[in-house]
Design a protein. Structure first.
Length: 180
């Protein structure tokens, strides 16, 4: 035998040796960009499973923030109406009460807008106490008709705000731990 000649052919370096195909075994998968050998059957890709349809309204955080702005505006309008109906002798104490209320409600509404659930609970408690207090003060306000309209308006806004903050899915979505 001459040197350098090999009686058995060896495959080129880097290519694996061809596998013998046995009857009943599928051919090996194609490599690279080569088309599959003729006679092979390609499996069809399954279509993605459809998402189940949503049947319930889950709320939107954007609508909750708009509602919080509306509540803020209603509170400030009621503060202004209350100041118009207060007698000059009681103006100093009424102004202190209004400023305190404005600071607390504003800070709590901002905290709710920033997704703090504790702020919602505190505001609900304050609105419930305010609604009960207004129910007590309204019969006393029949003597002063200038205060009757702002007190009834405050009762309606407090009760409505309480109901919206308590039952709104938008607010629940905004303050829940499951983020959008």
């Amino acid at each position: 035998m001459p040197p350098g000649s090999d009686p058995q052919k060896r495959p080129a370096p880097g290519n694996p040796p061809p596998r013998p195909s046995l009857p009943g075994n599928p051919p090996p998968p194609p490599r690279g960009n080569r088309p599959p050998p003729p006679g092979t059957v390609r499996r069809q890709a399954r279509p993605p499973t459809p998402r189940p349809k949503r049947r319930h309204h889950h709320g939107r955080a954007g609508r909750a923030r708009i509602g919080l702005l509306v509540i803020f505006a209603l509170f400030r309008v009621l503060d202004f109406l209350f100041l118009l109906g207060v007698e000059p002798e009681a103006m100093r104490s009424a102004l202190a009460t209004i400023i305190t209320s404005a600071l607390w409600t504003t800070s709590l509404l901002i905290a709710i807008a920033f997704r703090h659930a504790w702020a919602r609970l505190i505001l609900l408690a304050l609105l419930a106490l305010g609604t009960v207090a207004l129910l007590i003060f309204i019969p006393m306000a029949f003597d002063k008709p200038a205060l009757l309209t702002p007190l009834i308006g405050a009762l309606l806004v407090d009760a409505g705000s309480f109901a919206w903050l308590f039952w709104s899915r938008d607010v629940h979505r905004l303050t829940s731990r499951d983020r959008e």
